[in-house]
Design a protein around this ligand. Structure first.
Ligand code: NAD
Ligand code: USQ
Length: 382
């Protein structure tokens, strides 16, 4: 297949591009490299040193003989996007290319506006480009489990059957997102669903949980292929952050009581889920939703797991409960369905002590790169 990976320079996109290329697909990366610029804005960095996109794809070609084309540009520039579609004639468009940090979207008005315009308009441009240049192309869009929030009932995969005043219907599952970033994903989902209905576009919304880990078989082939690993209070996510905190002797930063429960998956499963979606395209006009995660945990559970493994490695680690900078429930019901990807063949890489140890080893190797002032959260929802 000819596959575009938009956001292919990022944490999820880079390993996905490599994996799909290895499977024999013709992969093109589209990325405006804004994530690297945001590191500069935040005076932060990836724990792992990351090569330029140019060097990354050159190394991949040298090691495997496989070419990954790159298009450096912005999804918000329609002329650029149109040219990419004309040159690549994609069978699938994997869309990772959004501003993905909830705290970043909550910094102030400018960052909220940037997040929503970057994400919502970029995605709308992709929908128009598919309609205009590649109407058979399957849109594989990264959504988030956070679109659903934490309702007091089971979370279904995209749709909910309800009976109201004696009548029944299957309707989009209610959305209660917890940040302007998470809201951008809800707006995207609505736009995609509508485009499927009116233009017959085929789309899969992958409502992904929090991703942990950094390595895949491909990124481990050479240091130039290394994936980024975020740790700061803005882009670092729960489990990876705790592991890096343990590596640097920082207390583990559980926000509030730590009963917040979220869905998680290993980066190795992210790449496989995208492949599964690509191999089984949605029907014409179908807006399909998969919940993309393998397990769920409370943040307190995760902190304790990391503390235990770090302890076995000789690192003494404290779990500290700090004031929660977010507005969210800290104790709640959580049960989410995730059978669709499993039914199509996903074999999960579950969170074991070994997996935590593996991430810890990578973090220890580069711990001197961690800028300590960036670790505590600095952005408040209130
Ligand atoms: P990331 O920030 O590491 O990567 C996103 C990439 O997209 C970056 O390389 C950035 O430069 C690029 N980009 C952003 N806006 C763009 C634009 N307008 N035009 C072109 N390129 C643009 O993020 P990630 O962690 O790899 O996340 C990828 C996707 O997966 C996001 O949509 C995110 O919402 C979703 N997701 C991520 C996680 C997670 O835990 N990391 C969990 C669930 C869902
Ligand atoms: N948390 C802590 N301590 C920390 C960091 C986070 O207790 O040091 C808590 C947060 O309060 C929250 C939970 O952990 O309750 C998850 O926070 P997170 O920063 O790991 O993840 P989140 O902000 O939800 O965003 C991440 C990605 C985003 C993706 C989302 C998937 O950045 O792109 O959409 O995970 S989900 O959570 O399913 O919505």
């Amino acid at each position: 297949m000819r596959i575009i990976v938009a956001g292919g320079d990022g944490f999820c996109g880079w390993p996905t591009a490599l994996y799909l290329s290895k499977q024999g697909h013709e992969v093109s990366i589209v990325d405006n490299l804004v994530r690297r610029k945001i590191d500069d804005e935040l005076h932060s960095n990836s724990v792992t040193p990351i090569a330029t996109l140019e060097d990354r794809v050159a190394k991949w070609k040298e090691l495997t003989g496989k070419e990954i084309k790159t298009f450096v540009g912005d999804l918000n520039h329609y002329d650029f996007l149109a040219e990419v579609f004309k040159q690549t004639e994609p069978d699938a468009f994997v869309h990772f290319a959004e501003q993905r940090s909830a705290p970043y979207s909550m910094i102030d008005r400018e960052h909220a506006v940037y997040t929503q315009s970057n994400n919502v308009i970029g995605n709308l441009n992709v929908l128009y480009a598919i309609r205009e240049f590649a109407p058979e192309c399957h849109l594989i869009k990264l959504g988030t489990m956070g679109e659903y929030g934490t309702p007091n009932i089971d979370i279904e995969e995209g749709y909910l059957e309800i009976e109201h005043n004696g009548r029944k219907d299957k309707l989009p599952y209610p959305k209660q997102p917890g940040s302007f970033y998470h809201l951008s994903k809800v707006h995207d989902s609505h736009n995609i669903m509508f485009a499927c209905k009116i233009w017959g576009i085929r789309a899969t919304d992958l409502n992904q949980g929090v991703v942990y880990g950094l390595h895949t078989e491909e990124t481990e082939m050479d240091p130039v292929l290394a994936n980024r690993l975020d740790y700061d209070g803005v882009y670092g996510t729960a489990l990876n952050r705790f592991i890096i905190q343990a590596a640097t002797g920082h207390d583990l930063t559980v926000y509030g009581t730590g009963g917040q429960t979220r869905a998680f998956l290993n980066i190795k499963d992210t790449v496989r889920c995208v492949e599964i979606a690509a191999e089984h395209p949605a029907d014409k006009g179908e807006f399909r939703v998969f919940n993309q995660f393998t397990e769920y945990f409370s943040v307190q559970d995760l902190a304790e797991k990391v503390q235990k493994v770090a302890g076995e490695t000789g690192l003494k680690t404290e779990v500290s409960h700090i004031d929660n900078p977010r507005v969210e429930l800290e104790q709640h019901y959580y049960h989410a369905v995730n059978t669709k990807l499993r039914d199509l063949g996903l074999e999960p890489n579950l969170l074991t002590d070994e997996v935590i140890k593996g991430i810890l080893t990578a973090a220890l190797e580069h711990k001197d790169r961690v800028i300590k002032e960036n670790v505590l959260p600095s952005i408040s929802w209130k």
